[in-house]
Design a protein around this ligand. Structure first.
Ligand code: UD1
Ligand code: MG
Length: 455
């Protein structure tokens, strides 16, 4: 089948009013990726070599987004929403290029799995003209029913056009189908709009192809993979299903999730075997974790690279550009942004490291802050191998601390510190014997005098 060319036509012209959103429905994200981008991924995984996006509502925003998640996709605007067949025909120019298979998909069905699409394409490879993807929803109301006879699909009847007997059919149209490229335009052009909604129904090509004596079949996909999203409750439902799938995949690949239902992955999270993830961890986009790392509870991680055997959290925040090398440690209430923490370095408590390098084996004390921003520009802090930064120090960038440099606690470091130097950046301590007691007495009598005067 791999030698058969395939065009995926993704319908996404709908307004999605029930999302109650200024943003087009299909751009709402699941696992940090627009739902239509999930559909694109499934199409590609099923072997689609061409991609057409049919857009309408929010066309400019859609085009802009598509440049990111599907740079090779062609977009076609459906000016008026006259039905699903009409929508597919908006991509006429692409379809007429002569693909073997046309896969019609919906932009609001993000959990569709490549396997279901491949199964439909296989039917075309075996000679079918149309292969419709069916499913069995717990409640079929609202879906088109698949009417079969002797292994052939004879019709799809929309709910509004169904007889009482037809309404009892549980096998429904998931919406997506594979159509042989050589028949597609001819069949689509024959579709009329003589139905309850006055729309051009894609589903009519089933009867049209049957009347031509062509082979039309239905395949079956899981309910989940056909889940269409119309509102934010369904969006959350799809997110939950996606997360459950991904967690399971991670666990089967050797990742320990102590409380899997509390760990959230992004669409692109990479995580190696023998990593342990404690409860309540969030992976935003762009995270790569190698094997054998420990991610402790309540950590929030995005755009970060974590090498093997690192230790992160609890309550760590790794922001984009955080690059933890082997055995590095970033502990509780630490934030790391655009910074490399080299091998075995430790940033253990209540610290902000931004725009910096922390050299191998360096130790960053509690409460250390890299002061990287003056309100206009960002500056770099370079901390050498084996350096020791005492607690509660401010490193005012740009600044360099040499290899083995030693910073006294509570320092404000504004000048570079050479290798192996000791730097103090704080006022010297003064101790005055008895002065504490004297001060307390003075304050107490002042307070009494004030109270007496007020009475
Ligand atoms: C469609 C199917 C129905 C199936 C159901 C599964 C048809 C006629 N009916 O019904 O059998 O059970 O999906 O969810 O196909 N769209 C456009 N332009 C249009 C019309 C639709 O781009 O002019 C897009 C929508 O944005 C959406 C998709 O096509 O992504 C499906 O349209 P929708 O109106 O949701 O069809 P249903 O009535 O749900
Ligand atoms: Mg629908």
């Amino acid at each position: 089948m791999s030698q058969r060319s395939c065009l995926s036509v993704i319908l996404a012209a709908g307004e999605g009013t029930r999302m109650k959103s200024a943003m087009p429905k299909v751009l709402h994200a699941i696992a940090g990726l627009p739902m239509v981008a999930h559909v694109v991924k499934a199409a590609e995984a099923a072997g689609a070599t061409g991609l057409s996006l049919v857009i309408g509502h929010g066309a400019e925003e859609m085009r802009k987004a598509a440049r990111k998640f599907a740079p090779k996709a062609e977009t076609f605007v459906q000016e008026k929403r006259l039905g699903t067949a009409h929508a597919v025909l908006a991509a006429r120019e692409a379809i007429s290029k002569g693909y073997d298979d046309i896969l019609v998909m919906f932009g609001d069905t993000p959990l569709i799995d490549a396997g279901a699409l491949v199964a439909a394409r296989q039917k075309l490879a075996q000679g079918a003209a149309v292969a419709v993807i069916g499913f069995r929803p717990p409640n079929p109301t609202g879906y088109g029913r698949l009417i079969e006879k002797d292994g052939q699909l004879v019709a799809i009847r929309e709910e509004k056009d169904c007889s009482e007997a037809e309404k009892k059919i549980g096998f429904c149209n998931a919406g997506m189908m594979a159509v042989a490229g050589k028949h597609a335009l001819r069949l689509l052009d024959k579709v009329g709009n003589n139905n309850a909604k006055g729309e051009f129904y894609l589903t009519d090509i089933v009867e049209i192809a049957g009347a031509e004596g062509l082979d039309v079949v239905a395949t079956e996909a899981s309910f989940e993979s056909a889940l269409g999203i119309n509102n934010r409750a369904e969006l959350a439902e799809a997110e939950a299903i996606w997360q459950a799938r991904r967690r399971r995949e991670a666990m089967l690949a050797g990742v320990t999730l102590i409380a899997p239902e509390t760990v959230y992955f992004s669409h692109d999270t990479e995580i190696g075997a023998d990593t342990i993830v404690e409860p309540n961890v969030w992976f935003g986009p762009g995270v790569k974790v190698a094997s054998g790392a420990k991610i402790h509870a309540f950590s929030h991680i995005e755009g970060a690279t974590i090498a093997s055997n690192c230790d992160v959290g609890p309550f760590a925040r790794l922001r984009p550009g955080a690059d933890l090398r082997q055995k590095a440690k970033v502990g509780n209430f630490c934030e790391v942004k655009q910074a490399t923490i080299e091998e075995g370095a430790k940033v253990n408590h209540l610290t902000y490291i931004g725009d910096a390098r922390v050299g191998a084996g360096a130790n960053i004390g509690a409460g250390t802050i890299t002061c990287n921003y003056d309100g206009y520009s960002k500056f770099f802090t370079d901390i050498g191998e084996g350096a020791f930064v005492g607690s509660n120090s401010s490193l005012v960038a740009p600044v360099t601390i040499g290899k083995g440099g030693y910073i006294a606690s509570g320092s404000v470091i504004t000048e570079n510190v050479p290798d192996d130097a000791l730097a103090f950046g704080r006022a010297r301590q003064k101790t005055l014997p008895g002065k504490g007691k004297e001060l307390r007495q003075r304050f107490a009598s002042a307070a009494t005098a004030k109270k007496n005067a007020a009475e």
